[in-house]
Design a binder for this molecule. Structure first.
Ligand code: PT1
Length: 267
């Protein structure tokens, strides 16, 4: 299991004490996650949590590029850029990122994939129903597991047609992205099924509200125990990458789960 540390580079995340975002503070936080055992860092300049306000491409570039440029020069850790915009992805790849984490892999056009193909970048294809602005209004599926599974198959085919090699692609069911509580739990219960595409799986559950619904934890930090339970089950289900805020705790949980998983008798 690889642990991908979340580095949000939004003005509310790393202020320099005033209202300005501090590159130095973001780089310091990145260093901390690397020391705690992060294998990858996911740098994002636009929140995509439910109902978040979109950010213009030039503003998003202003946020992520200086941080990516500094980190690429300082650390060997692979960097992904969490963006929906091809022009932001391009700027981030030029600055030293090597992976595009695309929550909007459900879009109809191929512009993002052309960038990914051109740079031979890694690509996280995440499932989402709708857009972050409206996705939680009335998520609806006949069978969410089958539909996400079919989405993966169809996207892998389209990515290949767009010049992206399948070796570049990893798949993410997009927990919390256009899903009810029941949909999230059905997807988490069926993770092992998605390994049939022969591509690594990414999972992001860190601090998400579905955990609070189960445990009563309404603060993001209070959701950590629930997220660690998911991490352990993800190890068992063959997930390869966990996207998390709490790196130290996740690395510990993953170590325990992996040690046990290595001792499973073959079935
Ligand atoms: C994710 C993910 C992501 N999640 C990938 N990228 C977020 N590949 C951002 C809530 O319900 O799972 N995979 N980038 C954060 N998104 C959310 C969604 C945060 C829902 C919170 C919620 O609380």
């Amino acid at each position: 299991m690889l642990v991908m540390g979340v580095l949000n580079v939004t003005p509310d995340s790393f202020s320099d004490g005033g209202k300005f975002f501090s590159v130095e503070a973001a780089v310091e936080r990145a260093g901390q996650m690397i020391r705690e055992g992060a294998d990858l860092l996911d740098v994002g300049g636009e929140s995509t949590r439910p109902g978040a306000t979109p950010v213009a491409a030039d503003e998003e570039i202003r946020r992520v590029v200086p941080v990516i440029r500094q980190l690429a020069a300082l650390v060997p850790t692979p960097l992904s850029v969490d963006t929906q915009k091809p022009e932001v992805a391009r700027a981030a790849l030029l600055a030293g990122a090597s992976i595009v984490n695309d929550i909007a892999a459900n879009r109809p056009d191929a512009a993002m994939w052309r960038v990914v193909a051109e740079f031979r970048a890694g690509y996280v294809a995440m499932h989402m129903q709708g857009t972050p602005q409206t996705m939680q209004q009335s998520p609806a599926y006949t069978d969410v597991v089958r539909e996400v599974d079919a989405f993966f198959a169809e996207r892998l085919a389209r990515l290949e047609q767009s010049g992206v090699r399948l070796e570049q692609v990893v798949l993410d069911p997009g927990i919390g992205f256009g899903k009810t509580q029941e949909h999230n739990l059905q997807l988490l219960g069926a993770l092992a099924r998605f390994t049939r595409h022969d591509r690594p799986l990414v999972l992001g559950v860190s601090r998400k509200s579905f955990l609070g619904q189960l445990t009563g934890a309404d603060s993001p930090a209070g959701r950590l125990p629930g997220a660690l339970a998911c991490a352990a089950l993800a190890v068992r289900d063959g997930v390869q990458i966990l996207r998390v805020h709490d790196v130290r705790e996740t690395v510990a949980a993953v170590r325990v789960a992996t040690a046990i998983n290595l001792n499973r008798p073959n079935q």
